[in-house]
Ligand binder design. Structure first.
Ligand code: CP
Ligand code: NVA
Length: 317
């Protein structure tokens, strides 16, 4: 199985994976999971910079006993024009999974189509499913579950939004996405999220008014207005988003009094979020960032040692 969008997991698998991540988090100090991927190897290819994804992945692999090599296209023959398909076929002879952060999701699909081993999306222009796992884990921890919770996405309907929408809808959340019309989430992701809602009883609404999304929300989420690779569009984008789509104290005041704020990071204070909100008491961003480690471990076990994952996953209610 590849993990490219987040839609690959059934709702039950997603629930199980989050429960496993929680168990790994609680057992980390005692070394829970140590050695379960002994003798396995991963390669991570980063076309763009990364702090959280790169380091959480390498630490996750290390703590489970696997080797994780981190590289870039410039260090591989990929940078000199070797095809992604040949790269996948060859790397698949060495390693047990390929992790890739790429500009074009279609390149990732090409890599996956030729790869004999699982391919994990470490962020593409369209999806960021590893982030979705950590975000849902954080919602579960702080809100007691995802089903029925109102999740408000405010700002750019980007890669992070696409995967979060799919995952949250799978688990039965009410997701409200407020964006300018031209920055709505990708139609392919909207369709997947709507399908997920049919099965889960969740709800997806695409809106334009940040206030309508934030009103009575349990969770307010945003991300940068200028993603990696969109630097040339920065001026146009900032004009479309500011000041209307900033998550600030006034917008948070519309959410439930116990609402949390989430952001995948890196953040630009004063743009998509005010410093008061991201550094304030309702911000869950560091817990969210930490959960990248635990959820990545759970995914690696799910993909590479399913028997161990099953054994460690607490029984579902
Ligand atoms: N949230 C996230 O993916 O961060 P990095 O770009 O630092 O990996
Ligand atoms: N949407 C952002 C997420 C960074 C983790 C980007 O793609 O740059």
């Amino acid at each position: 199985m590849h993990f490219l969008t987040g839609d690959e997991l059934s709702p039950q698998e997603l629930e199980g994976l989050l429960a496993l991540a929680q168990r790994l988090k609680e057992g980390r100090a005692k070394g829970l999971g140590r050695g379960l991927l002994e003798g396995r190897s991963l390669v991570a290819i980063f076309e763009k910079p990364s702090t959280r994804t790169r380091v959480s992945l390498q630490v996750a692999a290390h703590e489970l006993g696997a080797l994780c090599l981190s590289t870039s296209p410039q260090e591989l023959q990929l940078g000199r024009g070797e095809s992604v398909e040949d790269t996948a076929r060859v790397l698949g002879r060495y390693v047990h999974a390929i992790v890739a952060r790429v500009f074009s999701h279609r390149q990732l699909e090409a890599l996956a189509s030729a790869s004999p081993v699982p391919v994990i999306n470490a962020l593409s222009d369209l999806y960021h499913p590893l982030q979705m796992l950590a975000d849902l884990m954080t919602v579960k921890e702080l809100k007691g579950g995802v089903r029925g919770k109102r999740v408000a996405w405010v700002g750019d309907g980007n890669n992070v939004c696409n995967s979060l929408m799919i995952g949250a809808c799978k688990l039965g959340a009410e997701v409200r996405v407020a964006t300018p019309v031209e920055y709505r989430p990708h139609p392919e992701a909207v369709e997947a999220a709507r399908r997920a809602c049919e099965a889960s009883g969740g709800r997806l609404r695409l809106l334009q008014e940040p206030e309508e999304a934030a009103r009575d929300a349990d969770v307010v989420v945003t991300d940068t207005f200028v993603s990696m690779g969109q630097e040339a569009e920065a001026e146009r984008r900032l004009k479309a988003f500011l000041p209307r789509y900033q998550v600030n104290e006034a917008l948070m005041a519309l959410a439930r009094p116990d609402a949390i704020f989430m952001h995948c990071l890196p953040a630009k204070r004063g743009y998509e979020v005010s410093a008061g909100v991201i550094d304030g008491p309702r911000s869950a961003v560091l817990q969210e960032a930490e959960n990248r480690l635990h959820t990545t471990k759970a995914l690696l076990l799910h993909l590479l040692a399913p028997w161990a994952a099953r054994e460690l996953t607490p029984p579902m209610p």
